[in-house]
Write a protein of this length. Structure first.
Length: 219
C-alpha cells in the first residue's frame, strides 16, 4: 500500500517516485514508475556497524560448494563471453573473496576492494579490462555515483559485470520477496534501470538475462 512518507526523485532516472510500505515490517520504499528501480527510504538504511554485522555472518568461502558453483556460472555467463583474461577488479569482494581466487585461476591478474574488509583505495588509480560486482549493487546507497567511479577505471572495451537479483515487477510479489528482507539490501533493480544507469555513465548495456546478470561495456 502507499505510504504517507514523502517520496524522492529516482536516483537512477530522476523521475518522480511513489511510496510503497510494508506495515508489518515498518519499512517503506521509493518506487520509480519509469525505470522500476526501488529503493528503501534512507531512514531505513542500516548503520555501518549493523551492515557489517550482516556481512560477518556470510559463509562465502571456497568450502561453500554451492557459492563457488554460483560464481563459476557467473564467470561463464557474464565475463568470459565478453572479455579475455586481463587485469580485473573484484569490487565489493567481502570477507572471503572467492571470486578473486576464481579469477586468478582463470588467468586474470586481480585486485580486490571492499570498504569493510579490503579498503585499499589505491585500486581506483588503476585501469581494468574487467570489473566484477557480485551481490554488491543491492547494498549501494549511491549506485549512480559508484558506477561512474567504476566506469572511469575501465579501459576502452572493458566490462563491468554485475550480479544482483532483479525486482519482481508486481508490488505484491515484491512485498513477499525474500530477497528484500535482508536488512543490508537497500536498492532493487530492473533491466530498464540498468539501461538508464548505463546511459548516464556512458556505458553500453551489452547483455542482461533480465533476472540477475548485467554486463555493461565501455566504448
Amino acid at each position: 500500500m502507499s505510504s504517507k512518507r514523502p517520496s524522492a526523485d529516482c536516483i537512477i532516472c530522476k523521475s518522480a517516485t511513489r511510496s510503497l510500505s510494508d506495515e508489518a515490517l515498518n519499512i517503506a520504499y521509493d518506487v520509480c514508475p519509469e525505470c522500476g528501480y526501488t529503493r528503501k527510504k534512507a531512514c531505513f538504511h542500516p548503520e555501518p556497524a549493523a551492515e557489517k554485522a550482516v556481512y560477518d555472518t556470510h559463509e562465502n568461502t571456497m568450502e561453500n560448494e554451492g557459492y563457488v558453483r554460483m560464481l563459476e556460472d557467473f564467470l561463464d555467463r557474464a565475463v568470459h563471453p565478453f572479455h579475455a583474461p586481463s587485469h580485473a577488479l573484484d569490487f565489493g569482494c567481502g570477507p572471503g573473496p572467492v571470486l578473486y581466487e576464481l579469477l586468478l585461476r582463470r588467468g586474470f591478474s586481480v585486485r580486490r576492494y571492499d570498504p569493510y574488509y579490503y579498503p585499499d583505495r589505491s585500486v581506483f588509480t588503476e585501469t581494468y579490462g574487467v570489473i566484477t560486482a557480485t551481490e554488491v549493487y543491492e547494498h549501494l546507497a549511491h549506485p549512480l555515483e559508484e558506477t561512474k567511479r567504476l566506469a572511469a577505471r575501465l579501459e576502452k572495451g572493458g566490462i563491468l559485470a554485475v550480479m544482483t537479483k532483479f525486482r519482481p515487477p508486481k508490488d505484491e510479489d515484491f512485498l513477499t520477496w525474500w530477497y528484500r528482507r535482508d536488512v543490508s539490501h537497500i536498492g532493487f533493480f530492473t533491466a530498464e534501470a540498468f539501461r538508464v544507469l548505463a546511459k548516464r555513465t556512458e556505458l553500453r548495456l551489452r547483455h542482461t538475462d533480465r533476472e540477475k546478470i548485467v554486463v555493461l561495456q565501455k566504448g
